[in-house]
Design a protein around this ligand. Structure first.
Ligand SMILES: Nc1ncnc2c1ncn2[C@@H]1O[C@H](COP(=O)(O)OP(=O)(O)OP(=O)(O)O)[C@@H](O)[C@H]1O
Length: 570
């Protein structure tokens, strides 16, 4: 059957069994209150044809600029009040409490600043650079998300921060906006004192893909601001190492840990003037695989005025403890339930019997119209990701695969093609589980059960981002019974029950040791293939014969047989 037809058919709203709104027959629709609100929000977003909010905000920025130039002019309070009607002003603890209640925000620490109710607040309260606000508005960021409402003022008040908010809730801007503002201010200050340049802001991410994504976002917010920003890729690192480029030229650097440490050790990059250090996906950077590198970065950032922030959708108590030990009187911001899945994601568990059943389950999703591209599929190992890729290629699905064995260039290219919609289904290992922001992913499939609640939350968090909805399906077999407890717990906490069974309540979680062992040596699973072993063997033999025959032809043509080959053939 033509897979393209199946896929496009699956993308229709009417086809989906579980679509929360049947446009063809509204009376038939079973809608939860939550989905009504989501639909309303989406409709509101989509029908803001004239970008009213954007227009109002831009007008206010312009007014603020004119007022700066001539405070006598434009003193028409009535006008301004009218424009500000849509903006929420937070001026008291009561306002703050009710705002926090609305987004289930729990903020603790000493002297916590009031949250912001709008980006406009940043101009009146913090003299936010107007070009920066314009850049936000130009990028369609007209209202702060909850984590932005809280983390931006705290950072602007020079506080250390521990921030935990759901996947896709805007944590990147929550640290980039105040970082840019702070660095702009410190540059102005340095100019007055005519001191030289130095790296002032540093953002650390566990993967190259995420670092590049953060850098791109930083770059777009930096339009017309003139900060010098860098992502330490291979080429720039080389130039820094051999002195073609000076590290002190950059105001803000985004990097993965190893590359950065390498440059610091070589003396190519000096971090002793860094004022703001941000660890994104901090729980990953504080785990045993990264902790030595993280420690080295902390040591290199020796400025005693250094402010540190950690951000993630999952921050365990032990990570918090570690963070507390390196911070001074931090503000702890938790939006929603710590380590919970984003509430915009519909989750389900699917029992597949055995490994072969998983492939059939994918084909079933396609048949049922639930496989709505773009789709991401996660597997536990490179070998398995490759095997599934070949299997789905065989199905003529528009698919590609990303894992650690692909070059950085290949990975970048595939991501770009996936973002453009040229690839509909991306197969990957956990290398893409965290932070990567693909807009509009409809479905995440956990082909192999993730090893922890955190890994599950991040993987499924590739969908349901920026206020959109999405679905996540986790396959399991009888061998996975010991692994699914953490998935079951996250699902229960988010109120998702599809595929849950009574017996799952009695399951016990994996111990720390068991998890460690599984990380070191992933669970052995049967090879991915619906093709019987005998056919696979024949295919392999045929392939080998073709290779051998090609080789023989080349040898015949060139007449150059290597002596070793002659020896063996004889
Ligand atoms: N204020 C805003 N208004 C509208 N969209 C926003 C706003 N802030 C962020 N977004 C969008 O929301 C999406 C998710 O943001 P982001 O990647 O920062 O999420 P995150 O919280 O870091 O997620 P993760 O935990 O997976 O890393 C992005 O597409 C971003 O452009």
């Amino acid at each position: 059957m033509d897979m393209f037809k199946i896929l496009t058919r699956g993308a229709s709203l009417k086809k989906s069994k579980d679509a929360s709104f049947d446009f063809s027959n509204p009376n038939k629709t079973k809608q939860s209150k939550k989905s009504t609100t989501n639909i309303q929000k989406e409709v509101e977003k989509e029908t803001d044809f004239f970008h009213q909010k954007k227009h109002n905000l831009l007008k206010q920025v312009e007014e603020a600029e004119t007022n700066d130039e001539d405070p006598e002019e434009n003193s028409d309070e009535d006008n301004r009040e009218e424009d500000s009607e849509t903006l929420q002003k937070i001026t008291s603890e009561e306002d703050a409490m009710s705002l926090r209640k609305s987004y289930k925000g729990n903020v603790t620490g000493d002297d916590i600043p009031l949250p912001i109710g709008s980006f406009e607040d940043l101009i009146s309260r913090f003299k936010l650079d107007k070009q920066l606000l314009k850049n936000l508005i130009d990028n369609d960021f007209t209202e702060p998300t909850p984590i932005q409402s809280e983390a931006i003022p705290s950072t602007l008040f020079d506080r250390d921060i521990i921030a935990c908010a759901p996947t896709g809730s805007g944590k990147t801007l929550a640290f980039l906006i105040p970082l840019i503002q702070k660095v702009l201010q410190s540059k102005k200050h340095a100019k007055k004192k005519s001191t030289g340049g130095a790296v002032k802001g540093l953002v650390i991410s566990p993967t190259k893909e995420l670092a590049l994504q953060i850098f791109n976002e930083l770059n777009s917010l930096n339009t017309k601001l003139g900060l010098s920003v860098a992502y330490l890729n291979k080429s720039l690192s080389g130039k820094l190492r051999n002195g073609v480029v000076k590290g002190s030229k950059f105001d803000i650097v985004v990097s993965t840990p190893l590359r950065l440490i390498d440059l610091v050790k070589n003396g190519a990059l000096d971090l002793s003037n860094v004022d703001h250090l941000i660890f994104d996906e901090a729980d990953k950077l504080f785990d045993s695989n990264f902790i030595e590198q993280t420690d080295a970065i902390l040591n290199a950032c020796s400025n005693n005025k250094l402010r540190r922030s950690i951000f993630s959708a999952t921050i365990t108590s032990s990570v918090e403890e570690l963070a507390n030990s390196i911070m001074t009187s931090p503000i702890r911001i938790i939006i929603g339930h710590k380590e919970a899945a984003n509430s915009n994601i519909k989750q389900k568990l699917v029992f597949c019997g055995d490994e072969n059943g998983k492939l059939l389950a994918i084909r079933q999703l396609i048949q049922d119209g639930e496989f709505k591209p773009p789709v991401i599929i996660f597997l536990q190992s490179i070998t398995r990701a490759k095997a599934l890729f070949h299997e789905l290629l065989y199905d003529r699905l528009n698919v590609d695969v990303i894992h650690a064995e692909r070059t950085a260039k290949q990975r970048e290219m595939i991501i770009e093609r996936f973002r453009k919609g040229e690839i509909w289904c991306l197969i990957c290992t956990d290398v893409l589980a965290r932070g990567i922001d693909f807009k509009g992913i409809n479905l995440v499939i956990n082909y192999d059960v993730p090893l922890s609640a955190q890994a599950y939350v991040h993987r499924i968090g590739r969908t349901g981002r920026g206020g959109r909805t999405g679905s996540a399906v986790t396959f399991y077999t009888k061998e996975d019974v010991n692994l699914i407890k953490s998935v079951v717990n996250v699902m229960k906490q988010s109120g998702s029950t599809e595929g849950l069974a009574q017996w799952m309540n009695d399951l016990s979680k994996l111990s720390k040791n068991e998890k460690k062992n599984l990380k070191r040596k992933p669970m052995e699973r049967k090879q991915i293939s619906t093709v019987p072993g005998i056919v696979r063997k024949k295919r392999k033999m045929r392939k080998e014969m073709i290779v051998a025959s090609k080789k023989r032809t080349i040898e015949d043509k060139t007449g150059k047989k290597e002596s070793s080959q002659i020896e063996t053939s004889e």
